[in-house]
Design a protein around this ligand. Structure first.
Ligand SMILES: Cc1ncc(COP(=O)(O)O)c(C=O)c1O
Length: 391
């Protein structure tokens, strides 16, 4: 049994707000907040560089914990400022040439797709979108049929921002491995919500964030790069920590994934991120995933009872991101009305997943994303609030 009472005791925000915006940024547990604030206090009292020296060991441990979470080694992890930062660092380092193809998902994240289009414009690369299967997932069969010697990269968003879909990351990884094609996985909405092991998925690169289902502070993202691949990827931007300045006319790039970092960073946020990773590992990702699916499924069942509501989640195995539209009501109005009642949801707009939204004739959806600390009683309160706003 998942100890929800403990989860809520550790999460003071639960008393203040009904938080169904975990896919935006989840509520932090106290341990995460303490890790951040204690370090800020240390910086205030002894100086930023001196404080960083004091926490050198726990800081190094953040890489070890992240590696444990992802099933990789600590030298395959870079910690940066956001998931997008992690993703673009990896993507732009790939040596694309004219005629190369990128295969991607219909529900690919907006930031990633903009980067594809820029590289397509600059280098004459072709972007091909893999069709979806009958459940709205990336069709692995269609992917197989699209492979040829021109395919340089398969880049997939595992869990899209606009709904419950979980793309078949491991089956895609198998195709990538068999064809020896680079595989970049956007796991921004995945990590902290469900277990993911990079060896089992077979990805070469993976990006993620601290603030969403991991419940860490904002301003932190992370990148995994498979060890064998690191020497082949020269980051587009370097500093004198990513690359050592060894002679007046020469630099040597680091051999580990930290070549994708810059020297300056928020030590407090890094420590908070580490605390969030350790906290998730303590709960166990299998237990978290089971609880998230349970609570999301209850929410979907309750929402389906409203005649004016259409659930918009695709996929076979659905995650904690529950999206819907309401006949005759704008999503932004629903969000605002719920906010007045102390309930947080958000709106996912067309520009975040344009191809998928257009294919389904959607302009926007209300996104109610749950986490393990949410309760059935909160779902009831949520539904009562929806009734009150004439849904
Ligand atoms: C699927 C997906 N990828 C990437 C991102 C970008 O993450 P960040 O804002 O940390 O750069 C998001 C953010 O919502 C997302 O949902």
């Amino acid at each position: 049994m998942f100890d929800i009472e403990k989860a809520r005791r550790d999460t003071p925000g639960c008393e203040k707000v009904l938080h169904f915006n975990n896919a935006g940024a989840a509520l932090m547990p106290t341990g995460v907040r303490d890790a951040v604030v204690n370090h800020i206090d240390l910086e205030m009292m002894m100086g930023g560089y001196e404080a960083a020296n004091r926490v050198a060991e726990p800081l190094a441990q953040v890489y070890t914990s992240t590696a444990k979470l992802l099933g990789c080694a600590a030298d395959e992890v870079a910690i940066v400022e956001s998931a997008t930062n992690a993703w673009v660092n990896a993507f732009y380092a790939i040596p694309f040439k004219r005629g190369d193809r990128i295969l991607t998902a219909r529900a690919e994240y907006g930031a990633n797709y903009v980067a594809f289009m820029q590289i397509a414009k600059q280098r004459g690369v072709q972007i091909d979108v893999i069709p979806v299967d009958e459940y709205g997932q990336v069709s692995v069969e269609a992917l197989r049929g699209m492979i040829d010697e021109r395919v340089k990269l398969i880049a997939i968003t595992h869990i899209p921002t606009n709904g419950g879909l979980v793309n078949p990351a491991a089956a895609i990884g198998q195709v990538a491995r068999e064809s020896n094609i680079l595989y970049l996985l956007d796991a921004c909405q995945t990590i902290g919500q469900m277990p993911l092991n990079v060896q089992e998925v077979g990805c070469d690169m993976l990006s993620g964030t601290s603030r969403k289902f991991l419940r860490g502070p904002r301003g932190i993202g992370f990148l995994y790069v498979k060890r064998d691949l690191i020497p082949q990827l020269e980051p587009v931007t370097l500093d004198h920590d990513a690359a050592e300045w060894v002679a007046p006319d020469r630099y040597e790039i680091r051999k580990d994934a930290r070549r994708f970092e810059k020297w300056e960073s928020s030590i407090a946020n890094r420590l908070g991120f580490g605390a969030a990773v350790d906290y998730a590992l303590e709960w166990g990702l299998d237990a978290i995933w089971a609880r998230v699916q349970e609570i999301a499924s209850t929410l979907r069942i309750r929402l389906a009872e409203f005649p004016s509501i259409t659930l918009q989640d695709l996929g076979v195995e659905k995650c904690g991101i529950v999206t819907f539209t309401v006949e005759g009501l704008a999503s932004a109005d629903i969000k605002a009305q719920l906010a007045k009642r102390g309930i947080n949801v958000t709106v996912s707009g067309r520009g975040s997943t344009l191809l998928d939204m257009d294919a389904r004739g959607l302009k926007e959806v209300v996104r109610a994303s749950v986490h393990y600390y949410n309760t059935e009683a909160e779902i009831e309160r949520f539904c009562e609030a929806l009734k009150a706003i004439a849904v």
